[in-house]
Ligand binder design. Structure first.
Ligand code: FES
Length: 557
């Protein structure tokens, strides 16, 4: 029987002595030229292979669906769950003892962690690393963050098209993922904070030699994880998720992490909900002065000492489960307790933070019975307690059609409401929650307004933006019932989001409500819309929650 397995693999010239029962390490690669952030992953995979061989393992690389945030339509998030199925079944069905996950562009990280969690082999994560800083006219420019501000400058007539194009070329000038603290860098930080990756995983730039070294060490370590039989579930514990939530607050991380971590936890079997984000993030200050909240970029973060400094600060404040075991076999505290801060402008000390009490706030109220979130560190302080008149956009097309209409009845105190952009409504839950402000208000110097939707927001975006309203409008949530002119109250300190409309009136509107027609009625889109959970449950497909192990017993390898 072994003949079939060995003979076919020998077709590449593998010597017979390699089939001696040594650990087989799968290298799950998300390389794709359609995913520019992961375009260097062939190189990274070679480093992992060297590490596996050095440690006496047998590396076998395999491709999985790659999710490029910038090119994939309608949104990479639509395919996060599909890619996770590909990852899960590739790991489950092939004879591997352990796996190294190569992740970079932002949805590639959760999809690989979700898929791997459902199999629960010995697993180690390697992120591709951020790009070098963007520089334009002597200023740092960051992925996404300055895309929004430059687009608004162009729309408001403050820069020319030629300048816009020059900035474009100056922004992304090396391999790697977005170099702001957007979703990719947030999730790479989560990989490190959860203990799935090695120390340094979050911040070494993609083109830094230490990134290659990290990949090589991960290859070596993957072999040891198999020998020691340390499975992913021994690392992804409840305590590890609590650490990750606190780290997310301390780095001013992306709101997308809320959905992704809940989805990963539900795969591996850890109970984690929205309330945990409020509870564990609440007393944590943001220490990191990085775009989109601050002014520096991931390269600066790396030179300042990177995530180990943040973890050490949290540990010193009693805000870390110090005994959580990480992929290198040491505790998170042992890994990070001696980290040194080389630039307190970039990583501020807990005693003098960049922003105080800046974890993600979970809102409740009659507009979001299952919750909504806001990132206070990205919001305008004076708008965090606000009552305003709703200006309602029924869907994203309606928004695009009317937002710049000079006749639109809107002022700076209005509350912009966007419906039907949740998981089912805009399949995949697009990152449109940070709606661009109306051009006429931008020209008057308005820089922020309260915006509410069931959508997500790019991790590189900012503003007083209420996101992930659940249940979403397309599922019949109260958001669907908001009408132009209704008054909406936001009070972040009280964690409140309230629609000032009587229950009787809401019941009348509900009786008249009709669900929007589905965008597509076949294929993966249909499967997704029929089965996707709400954002508060991680927006996974309902039948993917949980794990079922490997299909190939170890002694068959
Ligand atoms: Fe790939 Fe931002 S577009 S990480």
């Amino acid at each position: 029987m072994g003949f079939i397995y060995r003979s076919w693999v020998k077709n590449r010239g593998i010597p017979h002595d390699q089939f001696d029962g040594r650990p087989v390490i799968g290298i799950c690669n998300t390389f794709s030229e359609f995913t520019p952030c992961n375009s260097h992953f062939r190189l990274l995979a070679e480093q992992v292979k060297m590490g596996v061989l050095e440690a006496g393992g047998f590396p076998l690389e395999f491709p999985v669906m790659s999710l490029g945030e910038t090119l994939l339509r309608p949104t990479a998030m639509l395919y996060r769950n599909l890619a996770s199925m590909d990852v899960e079944e590739s790991i489950r069905g092939n004879p591997m003892d352990g796996v190294v996950l190569l992740m970079g562009c932002d949805k590639t990280t959760p999809s690989l962690l979700m898929g791997a969690s459902s199999v629960d082999l010995p697993t180690i994560g390697v992120s591709g690393g951020p790009m070098l800083s963007g520089w334009y006219k002597g200023e740092r420019i960051g992925s996404g963050t300055n895309t929004w501000s430059l687009s608004e400058d162009l729309r408001a007539g403050r820069i020319t098209k030629a300048e816009f194009h020059e900035a474009e070329a100056s922004m992304h000038r090396s391999h790697g993922s977005c170099m702001t603290m957007g979703t990719a860098s947030t999730m790479a930080s989560m990989v490190e904070a959860l203990g799935v990756g090695l120390p340094g995983n979050a911040a070494y730039p993609a083109v830094d030699a230490r990134r290659n070294e990290l990949a090589r060490m991960a290859g070596r370590r993957a072999v040891e994880l198999v020998i020691q039989d340390i499975r992913l579930s021994q690392i992804l514990t409840r305590a590890a998720f609590e650490n990750a939530i606190r780290v997310n607050a301390a780095i001013g991380g992306s709101t997308n992490a809320v959905i992704h971590l809940i989805a990963i936890a539900r795969r591996i079997g850890v109970k984690l909900g929205l309330e945990d984000w409020d509870r564990f993030g609440r007393d944590v200050h943001t220490l990191v002065n990085l775009m989109p909240n601050g002014k520096y970029l991931m390269e600066d973060f790396c030179y300042a000492g990177g995530l180990p400094v943040v973890i050490r600060e949290l540990g010193e404040q009693g805000l870390l489960n110090k005994r959580s075991v990480t992929a290198n076999g040491k505790t998170i505290w042992a890994n990070n307790k001696d980290a040194q801060n080389h630039n307190t402008e970039v990583i501020m000390p807990f005693a003098k933070p960049f922003k105080a009490d800046a974890g993600i706030a979970v809102l409740r109220g009659n507009l979001c019975p299952d919750g909504a979130i806001i990132k206070p560190s990205a919001a305008t302080p004076k708008l965090m307690k606000h009552i305003g008149r709703a200006v309602v956009f029924e869907d994203i097309e309606d928004f695009h059609k009317r937002v710049d209409d000079p006749k639109l009845a809107i002022d700076a105190d209005s509350v912009m409401v966007l419906k039907n952009c949740g998981p089912k409504g805009y399949p995949g839950m697009a990152e449109v929650g940070n709606m661009p402000l109306p051009a006429k208000l931008l020209k008057r110097g308005v820089t922020d307004m309260v915006r509410i939707s069931d959508a997500r927001m790019s991790g590189t975006a900012y503003g007083t933006v209420v996101l992930h309203v659940a249940p979403e409008a397309a599922a019949g949530g109260p958001l669907a019932l908001v009408r132009e002119g209704d008054r909406i109250e936001l009070d972040v300190a009280q964690r409140k989001l309230h629609l000032h409309v009587s229950d009787a009136e809401l019941a009348k509107r509900r009786a008249a409500w009709k669900a929007p027609a589905a965008a597509l009625t076949r294929g993966y889109w249909k499967l997704y819309v029929d089965h996707v959970n709400q954002a508060s449950d991680g927006a996974d497909l309902d039948f993917l929650v949980g794990k079922s192990g490997s299909a190939v017993p170890r002694d068959n390898h």
